[in-house]
Design a protein around this ligand. Structure first.
Ligand code: DC
Length: 213
């Protein structure tokens, strides 16, 4: 089974971009764990399930499949909000642990690395991961990047709105009692505030070739 690379950090810090670049370079399987939370949120929205109805939510989790993780529908601000909301539920996190821990066993055979991206991958899901990377940037910088990306793609949004949404999600991620977002004790912290994607990727490649450990 491939060595696990855990990539954690707050929303919009560029985790998935870096995770994809690693996966492309090393032909590694990749799990964007946030998509599990998003897939559950999407099914909750579609089936109009009450967020307090844990029994129905549990049924939804049981029906989630890895194939549900590539839908474009997972990336709406409603799904952002509901996934952030439900990620504070201990029973749900516990059930999603199983999916995440199964992933390297199912897809990592014969591979050098398995990339898993999220919030609590190094601290909770794979505490024994060989490589633990925590990416960081201030919320104002993340909001600015997201705003520029939306503009570049011809979309409409306001910087202030994006910043407010990021701050709201940060607050949930940082303050939930179960698996709050924080760097694990032996994570390598990369402050991306003044680095572009290529520079971050260079740092990560050095870490993977043990040049920076
Ligand atoms: O990374 P993302 O934005 O796709 O994640 C969606 C939501 O899921 C986010 O609000 C936080 C939550 N999440 C989490 O609690 N733990 C993870 N390992 C990944 C995501």
């Amino acid at each position: 089974m491939g060595e696990i690379i855990a990539i954690d950090g707050p929303a919009s810090v560029g985790k998935s971009t870096i995770a994809k670049k690693i996966a492309n370079k090393y032909n590694s399987p990749i799990l964007f764990s946030g998509r599990l939370y998003r897939a559950v949120a999407l099914a909750i929205i579609k089936n109009k399930v009450d967020l307090e109805n844990n029994k129905s939510i549990l049924r939804i989790i049981e029906s989630i499949d890895y194939n549900d993780l590539s839908s474009h529908e997972l990336f709406t601000s409603q799904v952002d909000k509901v996934s952030s909301e439900i990620s504070t539920k201990p029973f749900l996190r516990k059930r999603l642990l199983k999916y995440q821990r199964e992933f390297p066993k199912r897809f990592g055979k014969g591979k050098k690395f398995v990339v898993i991206e999220g919030r609590d991958i190094a601290s909770v899901v794979f505490p024994r991961a060989k490589y633990k990377i925590f990416m960081w940037a201030d919320s104002a910088i993340r909001a600015k990047r997201r705003y520029q990306q939306v503009q570049k793609n011809g979309g409409k949004s306001r910087y202030k709105k994006i910043l407010t949404e990021i701050n709201t999600r940060d607050k949930k991620d940082f303050t939930r009692t179960i698996a709050p977002l924080k760097p694990d004790v032996n994570s390598v912290l990369i402050d991306t505030s003044y680095l572009d994607i290529e520079q971050v990727f260079n740092v990560v490649k050095d870490i993977l070739s043990n040049k920076r450990l």
